[in-house]
Design a protein around this ligand. Structure first.
Ligand SMILES: [Zn+2]
Length: 812
């Protein structure tokens, strides 16, 4: 195998500093500062700035997702220990970046500058209970509420896996300037000799990413607060100017979404109102994650007082056409040509030619090379990857490598092309194109053969349910659980010893089998109708990893962490080639589990859409093609499970919704192939095989018809935290004929729901759903709970189901 040299920055020796200072600044200080204002409260937007270097990944500090929320003060103390090194030039990441980019930058090409950390905007509000609710967030590993204080909603930052806490606003809100973090960090960097561009979430996006607080009319216009929020922005701007800032960046990613004329007017109003405060500063307005619609583009580029615009030209190829059509003379274009959302090496030759074309339009000194979005959504540094082979590594670029790519493109644009670097890149591109590891003819053929069929099961769902009932003979309101059971110390030990080669495979299998047997016996004692095996063989990793490691076309990183929320990180698999399933993945354990009971045992699989949406997906073919390939692999598994005597198979699609495109016009296309992919997985089974699917959310009123179109026999859904939301869709008359199990208790809480409460929930469901399709189950898997919680809770679940069954029986 040929040697590859990974383009690399100097070692990230100080990465921990940013992890810790991020933890410090987000978790504690702002809150402590604010909490002195007892009558006011805060809201915040955790937001990734453009070109933020992800703070996660150094080997030594992150072998596991790490969570300072749960660890409290101990971690804060540790963090402080690292802070002093920030002032040492050699230990400073800012300086390291500065030297790698700026010193190598020719004078006529600008390179994006950045604030090194996500910018936090904090505003005290006049909403009751918000201080206390935020305190809950800062002191617990999950933004959970308690009996008197509901949790604040955490939601995904656009279509990324990064989360922010949604500000809750109402007409009486009063904003004030609470956190001076943007200014403090500007000064901190400046003291090190670096003039950064401070980044703020723009006022327009801030408001549209918020939501009306509880009790506030849904029709309340968040943008009606624009006049109230602008004075705060003026204060920040004034302070930044006084500190010596010459640039300011406003992130307005909401501009890539569907906006009406009224909203665009509010946008123009905001920046027109800010114009005088901004004078003397270079102003950059940044968008990302998709193309900018034509009307929005027109509004955006006609703003006065703006120096430059930033666009995502990887996901926004239509924006490229708009720029080619018209770009305001004299303005600077920040061209996002290096993908900030993926881990693939850039095609430098192609990017360079795009940039050269753009230079012809905007002018030679008006073009800035940039990543398409913040690098917060990609892994940190390929240098940390010890297990990936050189061939695959040569196809990849993590954040550190992407910075080098941006730099190389800027240099090339100014006539200082690094020929060796470009030809190594071209060689890697062509090796990726021609590698037999990427292309599998059999898979390509099978995927092509899919076209032309919608893959619908031949019999309709009610006839299938009848056939399944004959075979399974379940009571009405059958009970089941979602999949996982609690983790025990014994189990952890067994896995640890097996990993360390301290016990043989035989001993490991025996131990796991014993664990499954325990879980089976418990469920039989509890009198649950459809059993699960508890997933002991998966615990310690995710299903995604479990499957990915058994599918070809997948690779796994050792340190490719990506921030999900707070300090919680995920390590997405990399799908680099055609996907196939060399051999059965779950049949062994499912068969063992089924052999231990006469009751139906659910086979457990993750659906193709979820595997796709939680991975770094190859960029050399459309996403739907990759999804179809995964669907075919899962189909093989489903059919092998059926052959092995498993009559109930659950195919989870937890992430179906989060793959939704940012714009309405693209939703139908996505939902069509996503739902089709799910149907492919079980299109080959007999009527008597019952297909379940599970979703961890209930917010799907708008896509209910796609959910129905998945044509699963039974769907189990998160519900207990949002009763009304889920059931309302059925109240509104949506016809649903398949089995459905809206969760009857919230497994995220240690609270044990009394039987009467569960019975009450079931009755609420029966008001809108037929008794012959209703299932009784918890909201989600039980792996985060203890047996001391799970046993009494499930006892009550079964008791409630039996109570309602007998009531229904006597009512007849
Ligand atoms: Zn779930």
């Amino acid at each position: 195998m040929s040697k590859v040299s990974i383009p690399s920055l100097p070692p990230f020796s100080s990465l921990r500093i940013s992890v810790c200072s991020l933890a410090l600044s987000i978790k504690r200080l702002p809150f402590l500062r604010i909490s002195l204002r007892t009558s006011s409260c805060i809201t915040e937007l955790w937001h990734p700035t453009l070109l933020v270097i992800p703070a996660w990944g150094p080997r030594e500090s992150l072998s596991l997702p790490w969570n300072p929320f749960g660890m409290g003060r101990a971690v804060l103390r540790n963090c402080r220990r690292f802070l002093p090194s920030l002032g040492q030039p050699s230990g400073s990441r800012w300086l390291m970046l500065e030297s790698s980019i700026f010193l190598a930058t020719p004078s006529h090409t600008m390179i994006r500058c950045w604030t090194p950390q996500p910018c936090l905007v904090l505003f005290p509000l006049g909403m009751d209970g918000m201080v206390e609710r935020l305190a809950l967030i800062y002191t617990s590993p999950w933004p959970r509420g308690n009996a008197s204080l509901p949790a604040m909603e955490m939601t995904k930052w656009f279509d990324t896996n990064y989360h922010y806490i949604v500000p809750e606003l109402g007409p009486d809100v009063n904003f004030s300037y609470a956190s001076h973090k943007a200014v403090d960090e500007y000064k901190e960097a400046k003291a090190l000799g670096i003039d950064t561009i401070p980044v703020l979430v723009g006022p327009f996006s801030y408001l549209l990413l918020s939501k009306p607080a509880k009790g506030i009319e849904k029709s309340f216009s968040l943008l009606s607060l624009i006049g109230k929020i602008l004075p705060i922005y003026r204060e920040v701007v004034t302070e930044l100017k006084a500190a010596g800032a010459s640039w300011i960046q406003f992130d307005e990613p909401t501009l890539v979404k569907d906006l009406d004329a009224h909203q665009l007017q509010a946008f123009t109003y905001a920046y027109t109102e800010l114009e005088s405060s901004l004078s003397g500063l270079n102003v950059l307005i940044e968008t990302y994650f998709a193309d900018v619609p034509a009307d929005t583009y027109k509004t955006l580029v006609s703003l006065k007082g703006v120096t430059g615009y930033g666009f995502d030209l990887v996901r926004g190829t239509k924006t490229l056409d708009l720029i080619k059509g018209v770009f305001p003379p004299g303005k600077i274009l920040f061209a996002g040509v290096v993908d900030g959302r993926n881990i693939w090496a850039n095609n430098l030759a192609s990017s360079l030619s795009t940039l050269q074309a753009l230079e012809g339009i905007v002018g030679k000194d008006k073009l800035v090379v940039s990543t398409s979005s913040s690098l917060l959504h990609t892994a940190v540094d390929l240098v940390n990857e010890t297990k990936l082979d050189n061939e695959i590594k040569s196809w990849l670029a993590f954040a550190a490598q992407k910075i080098v790519e941006v730099n190389a493109l800027a240099k090339a644009l100014s006539g200082h092309k690094d020929e060796a670097f470009f030809s190594a890149n071209a060689a890697a591109q062509s090796s990726r194109k021609s590698s037999p590891r990427v292309t599998n003819d059999a898979v390509q053929k099978a995927a092509t053969a899919l076209k032309g069929s919608a893959h619908r099961r031949a019999t309709n769902v009610s006839a299938r349910l009848d056939a399944q009932q004959k075979k399974l003979n379940l009571p009405i309101l059958p009970t089941t659980t979602i999949g996982s059971f609690p983790q025990t110390a014994d189990l952890r030990r067994v896995r640890r010893e097996f990993k360390a080669n301290k016990i043989s495979e035989e001993e490991y299998v025996k131990a796991i089998k014993e664990e499954i047997n325990k879980v089976v016996q418990l469920q039989e004692e509890l009198d649950i109708d459809v059993l699960v095996h508890g997933e002991p063989e998966v615990r310690g990793m995710t299903w995604l990893k479990y499957f990915g490691e058994q599918l070809s076309g997948f690779a796994f990183t050792v340190n490719g962490w990506v921030q999900s929320y707070g300090s919680r990180c995920v390590k997405p698999p990399i799908i680099y080639g055609d996907v196939s399933r060399p051999k059965p993945m779950t049949v062994f354990w499912s068969s063992i589990a089924q052999s231990l009971t006469k009751r139906p045992m659910k086979g457990m699989l993750t659906g193709p859409v979820t595997i796709l949406n939680w991975s770094f997906v190859r960029d050399d073919q459309p996403r739907f093609e990759t999804c179809y390939q995964i669907a075919l692999a899962i189909k093989d598994e489903v059919e092998d499970l059926e052959k092995a005597g498993i009559s109930v198979i659950q195919i989870d699609e937890a992430a179906l919704r989060e793959g939704l495109p940012l714009r309405k016009s693209e939703e139908a296309f996505y939902l069509n192939w996503a739902v089709h992919s799910f149907r492919i997985t079980n299109s080959g089974v007999q009527d008597t095989t019952q297909i379940h699917t599970h979703m961890c959310y209930s917010n799907f009123n708008d896509i209910i018809h796609s959910i129905i179109d998945m044509d699963a026999d039974v769907i189990t859904i998160e519900n207990s935290r949002s009763d009304e939301k889920l059931l309302s869709v059925f109240r509104e008359g949506v016809k649903y004929g398949a089995g459905i199990g809206p969760g009857v208790y919230d497994i995220h809480s240690p609270r044990i729901p009394p039987t009467e409460e569960i019975a009450d929930r079931i009755n609420k469901m029966l008001a809108v759903l037929e008794s012959n399709i209703l299932w009784v189950n918890p909201d989600c898997g039980l792996k985060t709970r203890k047996y001391t919680e799970v046993k009494p809770a499930l006892t009550n679940v079964v008791a409630a189901a039996k109570l309602i069954r007998s009531q229904l029986g006597s009512a007849k």
